[in-house]
Write a protein that binds this ligand. Structure first.
Ligand code: HPA
Length: 276
């Protein structure tokens, strides 16, 4: 059986095997926290210093090659020291999205691998459109809750998982104690790859949504179902469709991410040791 066949036939076993490969390659039996870096966030990890290990994600069992510019498809291991504490962070540069049409398994394989590698906390980052008109481009927003307009879930069978505290209140409080100016919002999961229409954005606002993007929700559910705590931070890279009348494009999303990278990097570096 190929590694891709294993991913689709037994995704948890594929994740367990990928985690064992990471332990063997890095020499660290376990990691503490995983970071998934979304569009435009990749340069924010420079704040963490030099990784102690790096490979192309597709060298590991079950990982597919990247499909989107700005998602470089690397897996790295970092050692973050803070006082007497050492935190081992597994960092995924890039992710697979639902809109790639490869199904749910590759979308959540990274976070499942991270949990099997020992990570108790999963920090998900993404680029998103701002529905809430208070938000400015370049602003990070903590996800407080989500609305899934894809209704897609990585879980199958009678797994009735409670999602009341999906985006951990405890972790959000820790991040806000480091930066009290951070806002919280409700994120809509939109399948894409088309952006939303202005009418769809009005509908989302009416539903109580603040942010919209094409990732994060399946990964949050998969990580939570395996017992990890989830923190998710969106970077507002553009006003959502119809909010300003400007057209949306992926280059703008990447550029806004790059412009905000140093603030995002500093925020991550300062909070990570407190999350573990
Ligand atoms: N909509 C959906 N996904 C996005 C957006 C958006 O406006 N910006 C960045 N990712």
């Amino acid at each position: 059986m190929t590694s891709t066949e294993l991913l689709y036939s037994d995704p948890l076993q594929a994740a367990t095997k990928a985690a064992a490969e990471i332990a063997q390659r890095t020499g660290f039996a376990s990691h503490d926290i995983a970071l998934v870096m979304g569009s435009g966030w990749v340069t924010a990890v420079d704040a963490l210093g030099d990784p102690v290990y790096e490979c192309n994600a597709e060298e590991l069992i079950g990982f597919l090659p990247p499909a989107v510019e700005g998602h470089s498809g690397k897996v790295r291991s970092y050692e973050i020291k803070d006082g007497g504490k050492t935190v081992r962070a597994l960092v995924f540069l890039g992710r697979t999205h639902l809109y790639e049409g490869k199904g749910m398994e590759p979308v959540v394989h990274g976070v499942r691998t991270a949990v099997k590698a020992g990570c108790k906390v999963i920090l998900l980052t993404n680029a998103c459109g701002g529905i809430n008109t208070r938000y400015r481009v370049g602003q990070p927003v903590l996800i407080r809750d989500h609305i899934s307009l894809t209704a897609a879930t990585p879980l199958v069978g009678a797994t009735f998982v409670d999602l009341t505290d999906l985006y951990s209140k405890r972790l959000r409080a820790i991040v806000k104690s480091a930066d009290s100016s951070l806002e919280e919002g409700v994120y809509v999961h939109w399948r894409g790859p088309t952006y939303e229409t202005p009418a769809e954005i009005l509908m989302m606002r009416g539903m109580g949504a603040d942010l919209v993007g094409m990732s994060t929700v399946p990964e949050a559910i998969a990580a939570h179902a395996l017992g990890a705590e989830v923190l998710a931070i969106s970077l507002v890279t553009n006003a959502a469709a119809g909010v300003t009348g400007e057209k949306l494009n992926h280059e703008e999303v990447i550029a806004a991410g790059k412009a905000a990278a140093s603030r995002m990097g500093a925020l991550m570096k300062s909070v990570i040791p407190n999350l573990i």
